[in-house]
Design a protein around this ligand. Structure first.
Ligand code: AMP
Length: 206
């Protein structure tokens, strides 16, 4: 089964994706995580992507499409998290993968801004926390590896505003695109992570 997770930045795609991929027994593919890894390793792809990411802009379609195509090759199922983000990516994806379902995490702009400003990530292992909804046990330390927590550079308020604008302009049209194909299931993402997961799982098992 191939599933796409759609929704604005801060809707909770990452948190849900890890658990859903495990339940479904498929590969979790987050283009944001893959790109951050390329940037951290200073690869040519990472150097190409870094400027766009810092500004909250999208990395060019052909770069991301090539990266995804290489990773899904040979997998028996994938959960795509943060991809596709444009109509061109969605059309490009169709050339090499059949999408079975699209889970759309619906949430207001106000809630997204509130969540992203309180998100913290571990600089060592990448675990994600939220000072309001999922606080770490010790202030500024990771529960898993004790690494120091930090604000993701693109979670700074001015970049968050830009990312949301980019989402509305480039990615929001995908909701209608997939709805018209009869693939979309809508989940209320303003609930607790447990409730979101239960709703998504129920929708996927129909
Ligand atoms: P995310 O972790 O999904 O919020 O992604 C972080 C950043 O990586 C985005 O703001 C974009 O700059 C870049 N990115 C991630 N996925 C894509 C994609 N499918 N297309 C273009 N850029 C992307």
């Amino acid at each position: 089964m191939n599933v796409v997770l759609l929704g604005p930045p801060g809707a909770g795609k990452g948190t849900l994706a890890v658990q859903l991929a495990q339940c479904l027994g498929v590969l979790h593919l987050s283009t944001g995580d893959l790109l951050r890894d390329e940037v951290a390793r200073g690869t040519p792809l990472g150097r190409q992507a870094e400027g766009y990411m810092k500004r909250g802009e999208l990395v060019p379609d052909e770069v991301v499409l090539a990266m995804v195509k290489e990773r899904v090759n040979g997998e028996r199922g994938v959960l795509l998290d943060g991809f596709p983000r444009t109509l061109a990516q969605a059309r490009g994806l169709e050339a090499f993968l059949k999408v079975d379902k699209v889970v759309y995490l619906a949430i207001s702009k106000e809630e997204v801004v509130r969540r992203l400003s309180s998100r913290r990530v571990c600089t060592r292992c990448g675990a994600v926390f939220n000072l309001v909804t999922q606080p770490p046990q010790q202030a500024e330390r990771c529960d898993r590896c004790q690494g120091p927590l930090a604000v993701r550079p693109d979670d700074r308020p001015e970049v968050v505003a830009r990312r949301y604008e980019v989402y509305e302009r480039d990615s929001a049209p995908l909701v209608d695109y997939y709805r018209r194909q009869g693939l979309l299931v809508e989940v209320n993402a303003a609930q607790s992570p447990e409730a979101v997961r239960a709703q998504a799982r129920a929708a996927l098992s129909q």
